[in-house]
Design a protein around this ligand. Structure first.
Ligand code: SF4
Length: 328
């Protein structure tokens, strides 16, 4: 039997996980466990590239993130789940790769330019922020990952990793495979205000939200902006609540709402209540699992430690090859 191809992906622990994370990455990761040898890591050093001024919250989010992952279905028996900063070899490879990475490759990174503008409230003129694609490359190739699941907008990141791996192999001999970008569907779930769901926009519904919190957030969602009164016909095609219905509500009810909205036979208050109930129900298994892991902090710590041991073993094997290739 062919060995499974290895994939690697990570998340920055900068806040609790929300529906955007669930549909944009996590559910996909859960599926991929059946097909690939998966390495998933909590990228706490990457969180520092933008949150270095106040890193206190990052530690707390690490544990919460692992609980969210486990509650959603990531299985430590199938996947290697670990915390980046526990595996010090990432830092060693980052340092070595930074010696061979031309600065213009980093300066032309579209995310770098974009984030400098978007996060203008933070001083991102740091070496760490400019160099984060090198750290990302180290994270990926230290496990000799064959693929990285990404949305279309993240393909340039994988391209830089491939270029760095290629340059290393050219200079010192073949050590690293060039990882492929595995394109995944990006989330259609927007925030409650119809912008991208994000902690910083205060428009997120979190996996850890209690049912009453979800109901309140759903009640405040933006609908069809043209529908001012209950008696006005609405247009589900431009309504964010209707997008949620398409994910969480059964087909028959979706069709009914679609028709009734257009001739004002259903009001937005009722429509949102139906959606909220379905969303609360859909998240119930995650909520139950979350409680299970919250009640067992030692088990969560053991899972993190065990994933860390496996990641350490694999990464140390690669680093032995790297040192031999570089003759250092
Ligand atoms: S009835 Fe539902 S689908 Fe129609 S505008 Fe209101 S919330 Fe949106």
């Amino acid at each position: 039997m062919q060995p499974k191809k290895r994939i690697l992906s990570g998340m920055r622990p900068t806040g609790p996980l929300h529906l955007g994370n669930l549909h944009g990455a996590l559910l996909n990761w859960v599926d991929m466990q059946e097909t690939y040898d998966c390495f998933f890591f909590i990228a706490d050093w990457h969180a520092l590239t933008s949150d270095y001024e106040d890193p206190r919250a990052i530690g707390g989010y690490i544990n919460e993130m692992m609980i969210d992952w486990l509650s959603t279905g990531l299985d430590p028996e199938k996947s290697t789940l670990f915390v980046q900063s526990h595996i010090k070899t990432h830092a060693e490879l980052f340092l070595l790769l930074s010696m061979i990475t031309p600065v213009p490759w980093l300066e032309r990174n579209p995310t770098y330019k974009d984030q400098i503008v978007q996060l203008s409230n933070k001083d991102l003129s740091t070496f760490g922020f400019l160099g984060y694609p090198v750290l990302q490359a180290a994270d990926i190739i230290i496990y000799k990952a064959n693929g990285v699941p990404v949305g279309v907008d993240q393909v340039p990141h994988v391209e830089i990793t491939r270029e760095i791996a290629r340059r290393f192999n050219f200079l010192y001999g073949d050590v690293f495979p060039e990882p492929e970008a595995i394109l995944t569907q990006t989330s259609k779930i927007l925030g409650t205000d119809r912008r991208k769901m994000s902690k910083s926009y205060h428009n997120a519904i979190y996996l850890s939200d209690a049912p009453d919190v979800i109901a309140t957030k759903a009640a405040g969602m933006i609908t069809d902006p043209q529908r001012a009164r209950r008696t006005d016909p609405g247009n589900p095609d431009v309504c964010n609540v209707f997008e949620f219905h398409k994910v969480y509500t059964d087909r028959e009810t979706v069709d009914r709402i679609n028709a009734e909205c257009r001739n004002a036979r259903i009001g937005c208050v009722e429509c949102k209540q139906i959606m909220a109930q379905n969303l609360i129900q859909a998240l119930e298994p995650i909520r139950r699992q979350r409680k299970y892991y919250e009640d067992r902090p030692d088990l969560v710590a053991d899972i993190i430690a065990s994933g860390g041991r496996k990641a350490t073993t694999v990464s140390q094997q690669t680093m032995a090859e790297v040192r031999a290739a570089m003759k250092i």
